[in-house]
Design a protein around this ligand. Sequence first.
Ligand SMILES: [Zn+2]
Length: 489
Amino acid sequence: MRVVLRLLGLVLLGLILALVVNTLRVPRHQLGAVPPPAPMAMPDSAVLRLAAAVRIPTVSTTDFAQTDTAQFGRFVAFLRQSFPRVRRRLRRQTFNTYGLLYEWRGRNPALRPILLLAHYDVVPVQPGSAAQWQQPPFAGVVAGGYLYGRGTLDDKMSVLGILEAVEYLLGTDFRPERTVLLAFGQDEETLGLRGAGAMAAALRQRGIHPEIILDEGGLVKTDGVAGLTKPVALVGTSEKGYLSLEISAVGQGGHSSMPPAHTSIGLVAGAVARLEAQPFPARLDGGVGPLLDYLAAEVPPGQRLVFANRWLFGPLIKQTLVGTASGNAALRTTTAPTIFRAGSKDNVLPVDATATVNFRILPGDSVAGVVRAVRRIVADDRVEVRLLKQGREPAPVSSTGSAAFQTLHRTIASVFPGALVAPYVLVGATDARAYAGLSPNTYRFSPLPLAEADIRRLHGTNERIRVADYQTLIRFYVALLRNGQGPTP
Ligand SMILES: [Zn+2]
């Protein structure tokens, strides 16, 4: 007995030792103090130009025929007249009339270019919500230090901010070593085929492989993540894939006074219920793991012990995260029934019943894998499962070990002092997906500090940007263009 107890004691001691050693050996991913970017004279007119851009309602509608393209024409003309140096010095190509690709030729053609992406279409204002706006959504009003309006967070601030940065640099003696490409889409909110799709195809055809691609996506979350109170700059290294499946059954129909044991509604409902009851597995390796790696050295010691010993505490971390909708979405391929159609009369059995289920695919899973799993879970010959549209695979996961990521990290640390940097996977979609395969260094990050409550303004009511934050955003793009000129090691 004593021997057993002693052995147990030794095992326990070994376990504690391993946990402590792992905790002490957690690598630090954050850079030390980084000097602030070189000062620049910020034109007061910058925010006025963004306000003017907001006043042009470039609203994307799913049915392109319904889109008021005259506004897109106005917007393109507005950019031309607002940035005279850009107009004179950069080559501009249009794609499907409104997609804009600018080229600022670098001094060293041997270096791979920098590609900055943004889009200038915006989502509509929800019918009935206009009255809830403190300032009208397309009036471009500055009040209380904020510019209000659709597009101030998504994504006109980046289109205008990038052009402000280039216009400013063109007025200095700065000349880029690398070619700088700017690609501004006109239909990001509705799949991006006309803009990003066409521009990415052209770059692919020209054999252009950028050193870095930066699009919208993550942001500087000022109220922290993972229990941290410090701001955390979340840099999207990938985005989830997309798939919609239609699940259907055909019944006999007829009068409801003599129903069969199983109706088409019952069969489809059962299949959907099984899919909800058997979610895809929660995984830390789909994006949350690298985020925890980056933050482990920054959290308090108790939490660090948990982050550093995921071989033991992985289930605990997952259990904590799946409790929230956002945590759950970060951990797994999600299953969301979105449409259910069957029946039209209370005393008639419907022949057809169909449900649409939308899946957001975590890196590591695939369209084919999800279809296979759904068929296995549904496991009913009477229920048909088919692809509604062609699915989209998760984006390739970009490296955090590259020189490009280091440049981005350093730029964020210098422009947002005190903010931590961490990679993550976007649950939504961006134009960057169209550029997949052009560069292993494709990142999704909007240089904007926002708290959780502000993030809801994106696509919501009272979308607004703090004037001071817009000036910081311009500074960020200036700093990135300056920092990104070094040759690739
Ligand atoms: Zn957007």
